[in-house]
Design a protein around this ligand. Structure first.
Ligand SMILES: Nc1nc2c(ncn2[C@@H]2O[C@H](COP(=O)(O)OP(=O)(O)OP(=O)(O)O)[C@@H](O)[C@H]2O)c(=O)[nH]1
Ligand SMILES: [Mg+2]
Ligand SMILES: [Zn+2]
Length: 290
């Protein structure tokens, strides 16, 4: 039996995949040959090769592809998502560079962005995390504060109609959020992995969960670094959404916004229109781009 591009990859473990068939059943699948460019969220055509085994024959064109890369390799994160939810928390502390990088990737793939500040039950430390997010709310990003351990109801309506992917550093509470939204999910969280001593990252592979007919959520392993080697200098400039009105206004056409005279972005920082930390992040992220 062939499924003409309407099966969905719901989990990816190396080169092994779990695929949901149109009738709702799950089928473990491999790829043909050495192919390994299939990713969670892909729509695929599969063929049964045994009673409980299949092979992925084709991947449907993707509406989006989230990936990260350095000079040596590329890591696919999820396909066909419409929204990226960056999960941050006060403890462990989060990296605003990672946050900025996720947003650049989101802009490049035209995804909605939602920042979730989790663990708000940790009231004292959350105050400083909240301060760290002020530049992001100021430029229009949505920030939702919640505690995955207490109440996630405010998140539900924001997931409606989306294929969302949860990204963030390890330990921010992505899988705890999944379990709160889907009590049957039983995603492993830190408590369990500490008991099993399975290392730093609790979630080891991406997994897609269906919330309802039109909404689903992908849980991903924590990321330490979000390499953007695949994006050009210009794509990174655009990923800093508040820079838009200044781009093209610098004295030099090839301005790198470092210390050039007549730089519109440096001017905007001096005038208090752009947050200085955001320009600093831009300079760090583009440091290796020509
Ligand atoms: N106090 C508090 N702790 C939380 C909350 N949400 C998650 N945690 C704890 O944070 C730790 C990490 O949670 P996980 O859900 O495993 O984190 P993760 O982001 O999935 O981590 P990786 O899978 O490694 O990427 C666990 O000990 C959770 O119990 C929360 O709202 N409040
Ligand atoms: Mg996890
Ligand atoms: Zn400039």
């Amino acid at each position: 039996m062939n499924t003409p591009l309407n099966a969905q990859v719901v989990a990816a473990f190396g080169r092994q995949y779990l695929v949901r068939l149109p009738d709702g059943g799950l089928l473990p699948c491999l790829t043909r040959g050495k192919r390994s460019d299939v990713v969670c969220g892909d729509r695929v055509e599969v063929q049964h090769t045994g009673e409980n085994q299949g092979v992925i024959e084709r991947i449907a064109p993707r509406t989006s592809l989230l990936h990260r890369s350095d000079a040596f390799r590329e890591k696919l994160i999820a396909a066909n998502v419409t929204q990226i939810i960056v999960v941050v928390a006060a403890e462990p502390s989060f990296s605003d560079e990672l946050l900025a990088r996720c947003m650049i990737a989101a802009f490049d793939q035209k995804l909605e962005v939602l920042i979730v500040l989790n663990k708000c039950d940790l009231a004292e430390s959350t105050a400083s995390a909240r301060r760290q997010l002020i530049p992001y709310t100021a430029i229009g990003y949505r920030v939702l504060e919640l505690s995955a351990k207490q109440d996630v109801s405010a998140l539900r309506p924001l997931l409606q109609g989306h294929i969302s992917v949860l990204v963030g550093q390890s330990g921010m509470g992505k899988s705890t959020l999944i379990n709160a939204l889907l009590p049957d999910a039983q995603a492993a969280t830190r408590e369990i992995s500490t008991a099993l001593d399975s290392g730093k990252h609790t979630t080891t592979h991406a997994k897609l969960y269906n919330l309802d007919e039109v909404s689903s959520l992908i849980d991903c392993p924590g990321v330490q670094a979000f390499g953007l080697h695949h994006l050009s200098f210009g794509a990174i400039e655009q990923g800093f959404v508040e820079f838009a009105q200044y781009l093209g206004q610098c004295r030099f056409r090839d301005c790198h916004h470092l210390h050039e005279p007549g730089c519109a972005l440096l001017g905007a920082v001096a005038a208090g229109k752009i947050d200085a930390r955001r320009l600093e992040l831009f300079q760090q992220i583009t440091a290796n781009k020509a």
